[in-house]
Design a binder for this molecule. Structure first.
Ligand code: GLN
Length: 376
């Protein structure tokens, strides 16, 4: 190599080093800049009045989404809900409970109950037995899909979609009764008023041919060995338990505290079970909307077509939301917007980033571009 070539190379290296130093300086500057908000993270939730004001504002923004959504009608009884309802309960581990709007209105748990079925199955049947029957991967399909189950000829993708939850019910049925599950639900939700909503249960049992097909498919593959109709009834009863946003916040708070009630120190599930439930809520809790929700909101959440959302801000708060108007994926449309707003404002995102562009139009553009490029 000639001297002049060597010189060129040295210049290039020098240039790269200069640039790297420049970048390091910039990063150092930013790190100091961000220190304060990060240290400050727990502050907002303790400031109840301020947090309440933030949530009130978020509720107003979220209400604007309601006309874009629809209540579920494939379960006829759910079609009778007033789509304009919206309520939230946020229960911090340290600080006062914040309840707004229709936080005390009863609605059916629907798929939020899949978290409870998973918790009890992990506790009663054990981790190995559960994951012998279901996987732990997002499906990318609608919640009631049976395509991937049939085509891939294996077990359901995860326990938070219908096929997976039905498989879990097949495990639970020989071990616990619905009454046992109801009792546990009342305890873990700190809500003695939770009952089976007979009207919603009857309505769904008359129209659940899709779930029935899934259950028979699971039987044909040997994934459930229990009676199909009994399994279906057990699953549908779990979906038809009447909760409130407040009862979901109580449950979320115990999950946030690794399975222990912060008030009386009582343990409701092992910390391993709580951790698995939270992880699957983050990756699979919003069906085929899970990835985008994780990016936009970053709080492990499980939705139900009754309009409920159970969210867990780990080590910080349990959140319950009710808003029966749903988006295309079957998730509460105003509820998702509400969580997105408070996640930004109260810094609840698991991966909180003070630089995240709060301009939501710009955010949408990035997400659309990522989807188009098949990154998501
Ligand atoms: N009971 C409903 C069903 O099985 C629950 C679905 C949901 O909430 N996404 O279709």
């Amino acid at each position: 190599m000639s001297d002049s070539n060597n010189k060129d190379l040295r210049e290039v290296h020098q240039d790269i080093n200069d640039k790297a130093e420049g970048i390091h300086d910039k990063l150092k500057e930013r790190a100091t800049m961000h220190l304060e908000p990060v240290i400050d993270m727990h502050y907002q939730l303790r400031e109840t009045a301020k947090a309440k004001e933030i949530i009130e504002k978020a509720m107003n923004l979220a209400r604007e989404e309601i006309p874009k959504g629809h209540v579920a009608t494939y379960i006829p009884e759910l079609g009778k809900e007033d789509p304009h309802q919206l309520g939230i309960c946020l229960y911090p581990l340290k600080g006062d409970k914040i309840c707004l709007g229709d936080y005390n209105t009863r609605f059916t748990m629907q798929s939020v109950s899949k978290v409870l079925m998973l918790i009890v199955a992990l506790e009663v049947c054990g981790l190995k037995n559960v994951f012998r029957k279901v996987g732990m991967e997002p499906s990318g399909e609608a919640f009631d899909s049976l395509v991937e189950l049939d085509v891939s000829n294996s077990k359901p993708y995860n326990p938070l979609i219908n096929s997976g939850a039905l498989a879990v019910c097949g495990l639970l049925l020989p071990e616990v009764s619905f009454q046992d599950m109801l009792r546990y639900t009342r305890n873990v939700c700190s809500d003695a008023g939770i009952e089976l909503n007979e009207d919603v249960f009857d309505s769904e049992m008359k129209t659940c041919s899709r779930n029935r097909s899934i259950a028979y498919l699971l039987q044909s593959k040997g994934i459930i060995t229990t009676d199909v109709e009994d399994t279906l009834r057990f699953y549908t009863k779990m979906c038809s338990m009447n909760v409130t946003a407040e009862s979901l916040a109580n449950l979320g708070k115990k999950l946030a505290n690794d399975g222990v009630c912060s008030l009386d120190g009582k343990r409701y599930m092992s910390s391993r079970t709580a951790r698995i439930a939270k992880t699957l809520m983050l990756t699979c809790g919003m069906y085929d909307g899970s990835g985008a929700f994780a990016i936009k909101v970053g709080i492990p959440t499980k939705s139900g077509v009754g309009g409920g959302l159970l969210s867990v801000s780990d080590k910080r708060a349990g959140i319950g939301v009710f808003g029966p108007a749903l988006d295309a994926q079957g998730n509460s449309i105003a509820g998702c917007k509400l969580l997105r707003e408070i996640s930004n404002e109260l810094r609840l995102n698991l991966f909180y980033d003070p630089e995240w562009n709060s301009d939501q139009d710009a955010e949408e553009n990035v997400l659309t571009a990522m989807k188009a490029a098949s990154v998501m």
